[in-house]
Write a new protein. Structure first.
Length: 256
């Protein structure tokens, strides 16, 4: 059977309750099992799909080098077919991160891999990062995801620059960004479902509003900081339009 045809068939005729439940279980298996903690850091996430399953993904893991790998992604589309493509992208990343490549090379390699067997109309905004707990250094490359937000004692500001989504254009290259963090810093990685929230007056959940909230939530542990963020986002949208995209957020908290 043609895999591409199978995707289109599922999209057209819908999936049974059993298929949706199995798809949900597969997607949950691709997410981190729990908060990741070390002596100098915490990593936590929140995932809220628009439908039963979604096209966002997130992962973080310890590497043999002692560094921590982190990836967040948002594939184009929603629902079951987007979730299937997200599983492909996430699985490809899992196979690459063990090679010791830098983050820019990982995203360039991911782009090439996805274009070897392209799926029409599918691509993925993806961010891949490495955190060195000893040096407290965060290195990352960004393929079209919203900029990470760093909340520190001096304020809250976006990090790095964007880039072309993976799986869209041959030969795409990516910049390498690096920042040294301090105890108490909190970095937010989020998909655009969070940024696209709207209130009852149809106003965007702006970068300025998000930065103020993340700075307010910064002193809390990673799990509590994300709960704080999403609670404030819920207050913002109270009476406004319901979320129309998946929302995924990952918090990196640097400990003293």
């Amino acid at each position: 059977m043609n895999p591409r045809a199978s995707l289109e068939t599922l999209a057209c005729v819908g999936a049974s309750d059993l298929e949706r439940e199995e798809a949900l279980q597969i997607q949950q298996s691709l997410l981190p099992a729990e908060t990741l903690r070390g002596p100098s850091f915490e990593l936590a996430y929140r995932f809220s799909p628009f439908a039963e399953v979604g096209g966002d993904f997130a992962d973080f893991f310890l590497l043999p080098t002692g560094e921590v790998g982190l990836c967040v992604g948002d594939v184009v589309g929603k629902g079951l077919t987007a979730a299937m493509y997200a599983a492909l992208v996430s699985g490809t990343l899992r196979g690459i991160h063990k090679t010791g490549r830098d983050t820019a090379s990982v995203l360039a390699f991911l782009n090439d891999r996805l274009l070897l067997r392209p799926v029409a109309g599918r691509y993925s905004a993806t961010l891949y990062a490495l955190f060195d707990p000893l040096a407290r250094r965060l290195t990352f490359s960004n393929a079209g995801l919203p900029y990470p937000l760093l909340a520190s004692a001096s304020g809250c500001a976006p990090l790095g620059e964007g880039g072309l989504p993976a799986g869209l254009f041959p030969g795409a290259s990516y910049d390498l960004h690096s920042v040294e963090l301090a105890p108490g810093d909190a970095v937010l990685f989020a998909t655009d479902g969070l940024h696209e929230l709207r209130d009852r007056h149809d106003r965007d959940f702006s970068w300025e509003h998000l930065a103020r909230i993340w700075q307010h939530c910064r002193p809390k542990p990673a799990e509590d900081a994300l709960d704080c963020l999403l609670e404030e986002a819920g207050r913002f949208t109270d009476g406004g339009s319901a979320p129309h995209d998946d929302i995924t957020a990952v918090a990196l908290k640097v400990l003293g």
